[in-house]
Design a protein around this ligand. Structure first.
Ligand code: 5GP
Length: 195
């Protein structure tokens, strides 16, 4: 999505060798117009899939997920993160290992908000190693819901996330921006023909 790529070029900052900071429009301050445009793009990409629910994870997935939910006219559920592992009968849970923070969080969704008849679209802000997406997939599977695919705002295609989730059987992954590399602090996007 050209608008997003331009915004990343203008406002994104490369930290170290593999982190992109986009806190001026996505991860801290939020640009509502850009979020709405992204939500409409997700809706266009998944329009024919019979989506009944969107599943994301707090906090940064929520803004694009809500806009996609608005455009598709379906509810949005966000998994909550907690540091402690709480066992309960009324929630679906999964562990997410974060390579960037080197911590494991449990994410949880109340069983009332995902049902076996749902056709779930997974949405997240970044795809890096695929751990967050795999945890969302696990949660949807616990509910016996169908998964129609995944919508990602920014994919770092030089990291193994896409391959890891494909290996786990998740298909139909659409990323609005795909980053091929960081070179001298600059973001290099994948060519459309590479995608
Ligand atoms: P994964 O689970 O795919 O390894 O990483 C996805 C999660 O890690 C995202 O939800 C995001 O919060 C965080 N993340 C991974 N890479 C980056 C990055 O380069 N920049 C930012 N801001 N967050 C990232």
């Amino acid at each position: 999505m050209k608008e997003l790529e331009k915004r990343i070029q203008a406002d994104g900052r490369v930290l170290g060798k593999d982190i992109l900071k986009v806190d001026s429009f996505l991860n801290h301050q939020i640009d509502p117009q850009l979020m709405q445009d992204m939500g409409m793009e997700f809706a266009r990409l998944f329009a024919s899939q019979g989506v009944t629910k969107i599943l994301t994870v707090e906090a940064s997935g929520i803004a694009p997920a809500v806009m996609a939910g608005l455009a598709l006219d379906v509810p949005v559920v966000f998994a909550r993160k907690s540091k402690s592992r709480i066992l309960t009968d009324d929630a679906f849970t999964a562990d997410v290992y974060s390579y960037t923070k080197q911590t494991t969080n449990q994410i949880r969704v109340d069983k009332r908000f995902l049902i076996g008849d749902d056709r779930v679209l997974l949405i997240d802000d970044f795809l890096a190693n695929g751990q967050a997406l795999l945890a969302l997939k696990t949660i949807a599977e616990q509910a016996n819901a169908g998964i129609v695919g995944a919508g990602i705002v920014i994919e770092k295609s030089f990291q193994p996330g896409r391959q890891n989730v494909l290996d786990a059987g998740l298909t139909n992954i659409h990323s609005l921006a795909r980053i091929a590399a960081f070179e001298d602090g600059q973001v290099i996007f994948m060519n459309e023909e590479d995608e």
